[in-house]
Design a protein around this ligand. Structure first.
Ligand SMILES: C[S@@+](CC[C@H](N)C(=O)[O-])C[C@H]1O[C@@H](n2cnc3c(N)ncnc32)[C@H](O)[C@@H]1O
Length: 246
């Protein structure tokens, strides 16, 4: 019996291997396309122009930092902050590999963001705000680091009940933060909504909100719709918590 089962198993194994390779190729390609599309959307959200001074707070492995730094060019500057030592090392490595000389990598923590006073025209928080254990303190840090007329762009996600629980963060019904809660919290420190986008990068649970402060805090402008986007990626995918992960 074993003699006729084995060849069948071999065929199955070869078939499974081919399928895995094919899936990796397809998923890999679509993720790259999604990354490029999201990079464009982030640039649009931040209204990036050469010469701008920008911060990527909670930059993770620095993927978006590199893109921001290329876009603001040699006349501009990017600060990338992280609380985790391993991420700081990854960011430095990526920046060096990319041959960029306009990036400062800074360590932050849950009380200070590590940015200089009034350094930035725009600050990006991509899937980071809901990680803050003391959001009020971090908001005050955003105010401190923002130049007059500067903006803060928050990309975040509605609470995901089944994702891993984050230690020490306010209870919000899951991993993430409702857009309305974020807006109400930001308002406590004088931030008002300049622009807002739902269905960020094709994921209905994600959103992007651009905040300004006071009279100088930018002028309201409508973003074009994100349209049918490629595979969304970010926190869930990285943590294997979302289907279609890469
Ligand atoms: C889900 S990851 C997002 C990484 C990156 N922004 C991205 O979109 O790929 C959240 C990151 O925020 C970092 N983080 C959490 N609290 C932070 C804080 N107070 N200051 C800076 N980074 C923080 C975490 O270490 C983690 O790398």
């Amino acid at each position: 019996m074993g003699s006729w089962i084995r060849p069948g198993l071999r065929v199955c194994r070869i078939g499974a291997l081919a399928l895995t390779v094919l899936t990796a190729l397809v998923v890999g390609c679509s993720s790259d396309a999604a990354d490029a599309a999201e990079a464009e959307r982030i640039a649009e959200l931040l209204e990036l122009r050469p010469g701008m001074r920008v911060a990527d707070v909670g930059a993770g492995d620095g993927e978006w930092t590199v893109d921001l730094a290329r876009r603001v060019g040699g006349a501009g500057h990017v600060w990338a902050t992280e609380v985790k030592e391993e991420h700081l090392a990854e960011i430095r490595e990526r920046v060096e590999e990319a041959g960029l000389h306009n990036v400062t990598v800074a360590r932050g923590d849950q009380t200070t963001n590590g940015l200089p006073d009034a350094c930035c025209d725009a600050i990006l928080l991509r899937l980071v705000y809901h990680h803050f254990t003391d959001p009020a303190r971090m908001r005050r840090e955003l105010v401190r680091a923002l130049r007059p007329g500067g903006i803060v762009a928050v990309i975040d996600i509605e609470p995901q009940e089944h994702w891993r629980k984050l230690e020490g963060v306010p209870e919000r019904g899951g991993h993430g933060i409702p857009a309305e809660e974020l807006i109400a919290e930001m308002a406590q420190d004088g931030f008002r909504v300049l622009r807002r986008q739902t269905g960020w990068n094709g994921d209905e649970d994600r959103y992007g909100v651009v905040f300004g402060r006071g009279k100088e805090g930018g002028r309201p402008r409508r973003l074009r719709s994100s349209g049918p986007a490629g595979t969304p990626r970010g926190e869930g995918e990285e943590e294997g918590q979302r289907p279609g992960a890469r």
